[in-house]
Design a protein around this ligand. Sequence first.
Ligand code: FAD
Length: 376
Amino acid sequence: MDLAAFRAALDGWLDEHQGELTPDPGTTGTLDAQMDHLAMVKRRTYDAGWMRWGWPERVGGLGGSTLLRAYLGEALTSRDLVEPGIYSMTEVLAPTMIDYAAPALAATMVPRLLRGDETWCQGFSEPGTGSNLAALSCRATRGDGVWRVTGQKVWTSLAQYAQRCLLLTRTGTPESAHKGITALFVDMDSPGIEVRPIETMHGAPEFSEVFFDDVAVPLGRTLGAEGGGWSVAMDLLPYERSTALWHRAAYLHRRLQVLLDTVRADALDPTAVGEVAQLLYALRARSRATQHRLASGGHLGPETSVDKVLLATAEQAVFDLVADGLGSEVAAGDDRTSDRWRRGYLYSRAATIYGGTAEIQRNIIARRLLDLGADR
Ligand SMILES: Cc1cc2nc3c(=O)[nH]c(=O)nc-3n(C[C@H](O)[C@H](O)[C@H](O)COP(=O)(O)OP(=O)(O)OC[C@H]3O[C@@H](n4cnc5c(N)ncnc54)[C@H](O)[C@@H]3O)c2cc1C
């Protein structure tokens, strides 16, 4: 199916089913409710075929361009049917499984994620190891046909809901840096795993500490080669900055529209509105090029750091405008609408941290795109 036909058919289907897919306004506040609702939307869109377009047939997809996935997420976020952060995790984790898991494992697991039957999480960051990922220390050692994993992860989004985790472990010596890392696909109900949710400043326990105490992981769950986990990570991170960012840009566009429909015309400085619109436009233009590169089979790499810088800048600018226009409601309003604006504002502060901080993105741009040399 081509993009124009997909858009027309999907829009028609969403018009017809909008009511059934819209979150219940009485329950939208909690993360539990959002996760239940997301699973329902994914199941409905998968069973109707939409969620399967743009994914390879070998993992239960219907084939076609990745642009179809970009549009599906855009349509769902623009209609307020899903929260982009939790929806777009699929765009980060499923492509990595397809690229690196044994084919039979990917064929079994990916459809479960696409259909919303399962949630997966990404276990990269550790206490003391976020930007400096190559220093991670969560240890995996071989024994009796399994890896035995011991260590800790932190800031693991949605870990308390996840059935599986894409985990980076240290399999080389402590000094082996990026050469001694192996990626594993771990069942979260394995004995020895403990998940302790952490509340974010916007009030949701969206990420967790995850502790591993001698957890057995079958060798067949190794993603890529032993010692090849750095390549897995370097290929996964650009996915955080491609289709997922297109979805997020659509969400920001929608929030700006809602703001402009909500506030009195004189409550906002027109120049500030114009600047925010310009940032969003630049983000979409840049991300559109990335979507097309992905769709034409191009390999995504450090150039996606530009997309991430634009996203973080635009997201914070949109919500700064929200704070200007709706100040007291955002700060202190008690109703659900105020709460949503407040959560959006507080979450926007994380945009310069998650998926690699703004400083790290600029380092990547300087060194790997502009060849400006290494740390001194
Ligand atoms: C909402 C949210 C969701 C997240 N979800 C996940 C997840 O699902 N899985 C996961 O593994 N992680 C997740 N993270 C963690 C995220 O990847 C890390 O927070 C991020 O990589 C930064 O690492 P850190 O927190 O250890 O900060 P640090 O690396 O300690 O950085 C602290 C500060 O120092 C700066 N800094 C560090 N090194 C340099 C340098 N070389 N040059 C210049 N400045 C530098 C940073 O920019 C930052 O300002 C999430 C984070 C957030 C906020």
